[in-house]
Design a protein around this ligand. Structure first.
Ligand code: AKB
Length: 314
């Protein structure tokens, strides 16, 4: 197995931070960043970068051969809110990109795959509190349907063809390095930007909308921990539940008020409320803890402090 890594979707919210961390661990030359668009100059200048469309199999093959890639992190996807505006486009991107990578792994052109799933695989009939790993899953968004279908295919490619594919059901991810990218949980990023810029925020989710959330550093740590774990420890080949914290817009506003006392929140729920209403309030992640020692470290106040400090510097 070659030790070169390809990140597809490296300019996105997770991809950009994952690329930086993997380059720190493995060396810049071993981590090829790629995206359909150029990302920030830091990412492009820090190591190899290729323009790549995740649905273009020929282009992926060319890059895999050029750099002798062993592992692919497929981070390109259309998120929940954007996907509802273009369901077929979202389906094509989210599914075709996955089949491209799973088939390359099946043909032994690459050896290891990471593919992100999401809490969006759950739906209105799922138990909402401490949602377990295995439970009712009837997603109602095109994004959730694509992620649930993707999970089934990952498990199929593992059991039928021995493909070493690993996955996490990410909760809402909070970070300051890139702007929010079309998700329902993105209110929890926007709120920090607007707290600093305007001292107030109009939330597109109403008070009481609890969702599972996590700071990006924890998500990157989890991703790398999962990918570094011995293959025999990975008992779940669909996707692992990953718990972090859970809060609603009122609680995040209260946390911001500890640092900006005059901060004010009001509410104007839109179509994203309907999406949030179908997702869990919180996630149980016993399997990730048992199989690869997962434990999150950022609580809400630590996230608030880190977000405000870093956005202020920007
Ligand atoms: C979204 O809101 O669409 C994403 C997700 C939970 O997968 N952040």
């Amino acid at each position: 197995m070659t030790d070169t890594i390809l990140i597809i979707g490296a300019s996105g919210q997770i991809g950009s931070e994952l690329t930086a961390k993997l380059r720190e661990i493995h060396g810049a030359d071993k981590v090829i960043a790629s995206d359909i668009r150029e990302g920030n100059s830091e990412l492009v200048n820090a190591g190899p970068f290729e323009i790549l469309d995740a649905t273009d199999l020929k282009a992926i093959e060319t890059i895999i051969d050029k750099y002798k890639v062993g592992t692919v992190y497929l981070m390109a996807a259309m998120l929940s809110a954007t996907a509802e505006k273009a369901p077929m486009k979202a389906w094509e991107l989210n599914m075709n990109s996955l089949f491209n990578i799973l088939n390359l792994a099946k043909d032994k052109r690459i050896q290891k795959v990471f593919w992100p799933s999401s809490i969006a695989v759950f739906g209105p009939t799922t138990p909402a509190d401490h949602t377990p790993q295995t439970t009712v899953m009837e997603p109602t968004t095109v994004y959730g349907i694509s992620k649930q279908t993707g999970e089934r295919w990952c498990e199929y490619y593992f059991s039928r063809y021995g493909v070493d594919v690993r996955s996490i059901r990410y909760p809402g991810l909070i970070s300051y390095k890139t702007p929010p990218g079309g998700g329902t949980t993105d209110y929890a990023i926007e709120i920090y930007h607007e707290a600093l810029e305007k001292g107030s925020y109009t939330s597109f989710l109403k008070a009481g909308s609890y969702l599972p959330m996590m700071f990006m550093d924890d998500a990157i740590q989890a991703t790398i921990q999962l990918m570094e774990a011995p293959a025999e420890n990975i008992k779940i080949r669909s996707s692992y539940n990953l718990g972090g914290i859970s809060f609603d817009p009122e609680e995040i506003a209260a946390s911001i008020k500890k640092y900006i006392p005059e901060f004010h929140i009001d509410y104007a729920p839109d179509f994203r409320q309907d999406i949030a209403d179908t997702w869990p309030n919180s996630i149980e992640d016993k399997k990730a803890q048992e199989d690869w020692n997962w434990k999150h470290s950022f609580d809400l106040d630590k996230i608030t402090q880190t977000m405000l400090e870093n956005l202020k510097k920007k």
